[in-house]
Ligand binder design. Structure first.
Ligand SMILES: *Cc1c(COP(=O)(O)O)cnc(C)c1O
Length: 465
């Protein structure tokens, strides 16, 4: 054993090798040294694992092989943990995979603003201090007809900030059918509590009438809140009041009306086979005092919480100390402004905003993609089928009951199990590919895969098959 241990190259002798010297000029010295030590320790460990009578079967690895291992590990260590993955699941707004992906159109300004000084809070015309929110006002007004707007970290923050400012520690009336929980522990009752107000539930799970709201109103009422039940649907014997009725009732009683739209969309998506949902412009027109929604759901922009509404209320929100706590940074502002600008031309928005693009693909386009990708897959390693009756989903708690018809490539691996391949695709060092499994089939949905990634997908799939 002693002899074997003495055969392991010393850390110093490895350090002196030119390959290692080169590695240290590119990567942090500490990372290289750590990996040399770990490589040496691993070999020692292996030697200690062998029964003494079998030691003669063991050979110490060559220094060249050790260096190769060290190089590989240093490379892995130097990669960022947060990185690109390929979403082949068919779920468009996949919260775990980053929800909306940004349009290529936002890139230029994002780089300019990120890598240079900017007029974030500086008014170049009069040399005065400006507001970071001012950059968005014009475009938001144009797209929604709202009087004023402000944007914070996400929609959860938008709801909390709005209630904290406007309900003023008083009662918030919400229907029992709208006490929503969104994934990641956003619960309307909890958010109301956090905002320092009292929740007043009205109605029942399936039915809430006009009178239920009316009977609950008293001097302690601060806000009437409508929550879009974006991630579930109550069907059957149901009743909820129309947005218009809620607005009228709140006006009559001089109470502030707020709607948490959740996803919030600027275009009508019925053309693409989805059920009717009012656009943000239509909601504003209904007369709500304040409207909140997400930046990275159906809008297709960066994570953000957009608050629209009457000027006097937005002004109040701006003055709340919490607004400073929840403020968005310049990269988000830049990406959001550029995304919103694309909406000035609705047809372009559908093509250029990936979230909308993926929703709007027609069958022909999906089939073409499936043909193109399936051609590239090694037929000696997989049986390949195209399923033209698959279903994709929007995800992100939007359109819970709606399914999108989709087309997928189904692979049956000939040499391995589909479970094994799924794992290999997901854990590979090149780029993780996230797929679905159904029975013995590995499924790649065409709605969420971009053609620019076809070659990477092909390489990885053919490598592991
Ligand atoms: C998604 C959602 C939220 C939370 O929005 P985030 O931007 O994820 O913080 C709040 N309310 C509703 C109704 C939602 O659907």
């Amino acid at each position: 054993m002693k002899k074997l241990l003495s055969q392991i190259p010393s850390i110093n002798s490895i350090l002196l090798r030119t390959e290692i010297q080169e590695l240290m000029s590119k990567y942090p010295e500490a990372t290289v040294k750590k990996n040399i030590k770990q490589e040496v320790d691993r070999i020692k460990e292996n030697i200690f694992q062998i029964p003494i009578n079998e030691l003669n079967t063991f050979t110490v690895p060559k220094i060249e092989d050790m260096i190769k291992n060290i190089e590989e590990r240093v490379l892995l260590d130097s990669k960022c943990s947060l990185k690109k993955v390929i979403n082949a699941t068919g779920t468009i707004l996949h919260t775990n995979l980053g929800r909306s992906i940004l349009s290529e159109k936002v890139k230029d300004n994002l780089f300019d603003v990120g890598f240079n000084y900017s007029n974030l809070e500086f008014n170049v015309n009069d040399k005065n201090r400006g507001s970071r929110y001012s950059h968005l006002i014009k475009i938001i007004k144009e797209l929604t007809d709202a009087e004023d707007a402000i944007v914070v970290n996400n929609n959860a923050a938008a709801v909390m900030l709005t209630l904290n400012t406007l309900a003023n520690a008083k009662d918030v009336i919400v229907s029992r059918g709208e006490l929503v929980e969104i994934g990641g522990s956003f619960r309307i009752p909890e958010i109301i509590k956090l905002s320092g107000c009292n929740l007043k539930e009205v109605g029942t799970t399936n039915k809430t009438h006009y009178e239920d709201y009316e009977n609950e109103i008293n001097e302690e009422t601060g806000v009437m809140l409508k929550v879009h039940t974006s991630n579930y649907k109550i069907i059957g014997f149901t009743k909820s009041i129309e947005n218009k009725e809620l607005v009228e009732l709140s006006r009559k009683n001089e109470i502030i009306s707020i709607i948490d739209l959740g996803s919030g969309q600027l275009v009508d998506l019925r053309k693409y086979g989805l059920p009717y949902e009012p656009t943000v412009r239509e909601i504003v027109k209904t007369g709500f005092d304040v409207v909140t929604f997400s930046g990275d759901k159906l809008l297709g922009g960066p994570q953000a919480g957009i608050i629209l509404g009457k000027k006097e209320y937005i002004e109040k929100i701006k003055k709340n100390q919490l607004t400073r706590v929840l403020r968005i940074d310049k990269l988000t502002l830049s990406a959001l402004e550029s995304t919103l600008k694309i909406y000035l031309d609705e047809e372009k928005a559908i093509k250029e905003i990936p979230t909308l693009r993926m929703i709007s693909y027609n069958k022909r386009e999906l089939m073409d993609k499936a043909f193109l990708l399936s051609e590239k897959i090694d037929k000696s390693k997989y049986n390949i089928y195209i399923n033209d009756k698959d279903v994709a989903e929007i995800g992100g708690g939007s359109y819970p009951e709606a399914c999108l018809n989709s087309v997928s490539i189904n692979l049956i691996p000939l040499n391995k199990s589909s479970i094994e391949i799924e794992k290999k695709l997901r854990k590979n060092n090149i780029i993780p590919i996230i797929t679905r499994i159904k029975g013995d089939k590995l499924i790649l949905d065409m709605r969420t895969i971009d053609e620019k990634d076809f070659d990477i997908i092909k390489d990885v799939i053919n490598l592991f098959g």
